[in-house]
Unconditional design. Structure first.
Lengths: 209, 350
C-alpha cells in the first residue's frame, strides 16, 4: 500500500492548510483600482461585500443564484457573476464594478450609449448589462445582432429593452470601428477596459480574434 | 447560507491532503455549482478548499493529435483553445452552447463534469429526493418532469445529467484523470458518470479528497469535422431538451465510422452505442439515420410530461447526422459537411 502510494504519487492525508472562518475575517480586496479591507465571513459573496460593506450599490442583486446577470462585474477584467463569487476568494484579484467604469464625471461610451438609446426601462439590470456589454466588445466576437444576442444572453432584462440595448452596443461598436478609441483621441486618459481590450477604450478592439 | 470556513491551497498535494483529512470539506473551483448549492442548503460541505491557485489551467495538444485540458481551465478558455477548436469542434461548440459568457468565464472543466443535476426537487430541501437524501423517494417521477431523462433512469431517480461538455467527451472516449489519497487514477466516461440505479446519491466513483486534474481526449481524425447540436426551449443560455455530439467518417456513401452521444435525455452523458452499431456499414441516408435513432431510443421510458423527449431525441439524432454529412436537402445544412459542395467523403486536413 505504502509503496504503491509512493510510486503512484499518492499524498499524505494531512490537513495542513490554514483555516479561515467561519467567523468574520479580514479580507483584502482591490476594487476599482483602490485597496479596500472588509471584515466578512467566508460565506459572504462578492456581491454582498461590494453592496453592503463597501457601499458600491451600483452592482445589483437580481436572482442571487447565477441566472440573471444583474450582478455582473469584472474579476481580473473578465466578466463574472458576483453573486456566485465569494469575496474571500477574490483577495489576489482585481475587481471592477460599474462605479469604476466612468472616468470621473465623464461617462464611459457604453454608459452614454445606453442613455442615447434609452436602453432600459426600470434600469435595474443596466449596470450588469453595461459591464457585460463592454466586456463583450473587448472579447473580440463579431458584433452583429445575432452575436450580440448570443453573447449578451447572460443578462436578462425583464422590461425587455433588448432592441435598445443592442442599438447601444452597435453605437459603441461602430464608434470603435470608425474612429481611434475615443480615450486615445482625447489624450489617452486611463479609462478601464476589460480583458482583451486593446488600448483602454470604450469600444471593442477589431473583431479579428 | 450556513456558516463556512475557507482554506486556500497552492499545490495539488496540499489540496488533496486537506480535503481527504476533513470529511466536512470540499474543493472550490469556479463556484458556480458549489456556492449556488450552499445557498439553497443542498451542499453539505462546511469548509471550502479553494484550488484556483493550482497549476491546472493548461490546454495542450498531445502527440498524435489528442488534447489534454487542465481541470481548472475555464469553459471559455477551453472552448477558445486552438487544439480544441481545430481537432474537436464538438467540444468547443458544446462548451459555447452551455451557460452564459459570465458563467463560462467562471466555471472550470473539472467542475463542469462534477456539476450536480438541475432537477427542481434536488434543489428543494423540502422535497423528497433520493439523490440528495437517500430513501426519501423521487418527487419527479409523479411530479413535474418535463426536463427529466428518458434513458438510464431508475425507480429512484430520473434527473437529467446537465453537462453539454460531458456529452462530447463521451462521444470521443475521453479519459478523466484524478489524483487522490490513493494515487492517480484514470476513468473512462462510462466509469466516471454512474447510472442512478438504486444509489443515485453516488454520482462518481471518486474518493473523498480525490481531485480531477485533467481530461484527456485521444486523437480522432474524424472529430476535426465533428459537431454538437443542442435543442432547447430558448436559443441561448438554457439547458438541453435534447442534444447530440456527432462525428462521422464516410466511405463513398457508406458510414465507415461514427461517434454519437446524447445529452438532455439521459441520467448520464449517453453514448449512443446502439445507434452507432446500426450505422456502421449502412448507407449515409436519412432512412439509415432514422433507423439508428429508433434503435437508440428503443429502451427509452417517458414519465408523462417528458414523453415528447423520446421523439425529440430521435429527431435530434437524425438532424445531427444530416448536418455532419452535409446533407444538401437540409435547409440550413452546412456546406462544410462531408457530402458538401466539394464532393463526398473527403477528409479535411486539420
Amino acid at each position: 500500500m505504502t509503496s504503491y502510494a509512493e510510486t503512484a504519487g499518492a499524498v499524505q492525508t494531512a490537513d495542513t492548510a490554514v483555516v479561515r472562518g467561519p467567523h468574520a475575517v479580514v479580507v483584502r480586496l482591490h476594487v476599482n483600482g483602490t485597496p479596500r479591507t472588509v471584515l466578512v465571513e467566508p460565506r459572504v459573496s462578492l456581491l454582498d461585500a461590494l453592496r453592503d460593506r463597501l457601499g458600491l450599490t451600483g452592482t445589483k442583486k437580481g436572482c442571487d443564484q447565477g441566472a440573471c446577470g444583474a450582478c455582473t462585474v469584472w474579476v481580473d477584467r473578465r466578466r463574472v457573476l458576483a453573486c456566485l463569487t465569494l469575496a474571500i476568494a477574490c483577495e489576489t484579484h482585481e475587481i471592477t464594478t460599474i462605479e469604476g467604469l466612468s472616468d470621473g464625471v465623464d461617462l464611459h461610451p457604453m454608459q452614454q450609449a445606453f442613455l442615447d438609446h434609452d436602453a432600459f426601462q426600470c434600469g435595474y439590470c443596466t449596470p450588469g448589462q453595461i459591464m457585460s456589454a463592454v466586456a463583450f466588445l473587448a472579447e473580440g466576437h463579431a458584433a452583429d445582432d445575432d452575436q450580440i444576442r448570443e453573447w449578451m444572453s447572460g443578462n436578462l432584462c425583464r422590461c425587455a429593452a433588448y432592441p435598445n440595448i443592442r442599438a447601444a452596443i452597435r453605437q459603441v461598436r461602430d464608434a470603435a470601428t470608425n474612429h481611434l478609441p475615443a480615450t486615445a483621441a482625447e489624450g489617452g486618459s486611463a479609462r478601464p477596459g476589460p480583458a482583451g481590450a486593446g488600448p483602454a477604450s470604450g469600444g471593442g478592439p477589431d473583431a479579428t480574434a | 447560507m450556513r456558516p463556512l470556513s475557507y482554506s486556500r491551497v497552492a499545490d495539488v498535494a496540499t489540496a488533496i491532503g486537506t480535503v481527504a483529512a476533513d470529511p466536512d470539506s470540499t474543493f472550490l473551483a469556479g463556484g458556480t455549482t458549489e456556492v449556488d448549492l450552499q445557498r439553497c442548503s443542498v451542499s453539505r460541505a462546511r469548509r471550502l478548499v479553494d484550488i484556483n491557485d493550482l497549476p491546472l489551467r493548461h490546454v495542450e495538444e498531445l502527440p498524435g493529435g489528442g488534447v489534454r485540458i487542465g481541470a481548472l481551465a475555464r469553459m471559455s478558455d477551453a472552448a477558445q483553445a486552438l487544439p480544441v477548436r481545430r481537432r474537436f469542434p464538438m467540444i468547443s461548440q458544446a462548451l459555447l452552447l452551455g451557460a452564459s459568457p459570465q458563467l463560462r468565464n467562471m466555471a472550470s472543466i473539472g467542475g463542469n463534469l462534477l456539476q450536480r443535476v438541475r432537477c427542481g426537487y434536488f434543489r428543494d430541501v423540502a422535497a423528497g429526493c433520493n439523490r440528495r437524501e437517500p430513501g426519501t423517494g423521487c418527487s419527479a417521477i409523479p411530479g413535474i418532469n418535463r426536463g427529466h431523462a428518458v434513458l438510464g433512469t431508475s425507480e429512484c431517480c430520473i434527473a437529467t445529467h446537465p453537462s453539454d461538455l460531458a456529452v462530447a467527451l463521451a462521444a470521443l472516449d475521453a479519459v478523466v484523470l484524478t489524483q487522490g489519497p490513493n494515487g492517480p487514477r484514470r476513468y473512462t466516461t462510462d466509469e466516471f458518470f454512474l447510472l442512478p440505479g438504486d444509489t443515485p446519491h453516488r454520482e462518481h466513483p471518486l474518493d473523498h479528497g480525490e481531485l480531477v486534474v485533467a481530461v484527456e481526449v485521444p486523437p480522432n481524425p474524424m472529430a476535426s469535422r465533428s459537431l454538437y447540436v443542442k435543442v432547447r426551449d430558448r436559443e441561448s443560455y438554457e439547458f438541453a431538451l435534447a442534444s447530440a455530439a456527432v462525428a462521422v467518417r464516410l466511405d463513398g456513401g457508406t458510414v465507415a465510422d461514427v461517434r454519437l452521444a446524447l445529452g438532455g435525455v439521459a441520467t448520464v452523458p449517453w453514448r449512443a452505442r446502439r445507434a452507432e452499431a446500426t450505422l456502421v456499414g449502412a448507407p449515409a441516408t436519412v432512412e439509415s439515420f432514422a433507423a439508428a435513432a429508433r434503435e437508440e431510443l428503443a429502451p427509452a421510458v417517458g414519465y408523462g410530461m417528458n414523453d415528447f423527449k423520446i421523439e425529440l431525441a430521435r429527431r435530434t439524432i437524425v438532424r445531427a447526422l444530416r448536418l455532419a454529412v452535409g446533407d444538401p436537402q437540409l435547409r440550413d445544412g452546412r456546406p462544410t459537411g462531408l457530402l458538401g459542395a466539394d464532393g463526398g467523403g473527403r477528409e479535411e486536413r486539420a
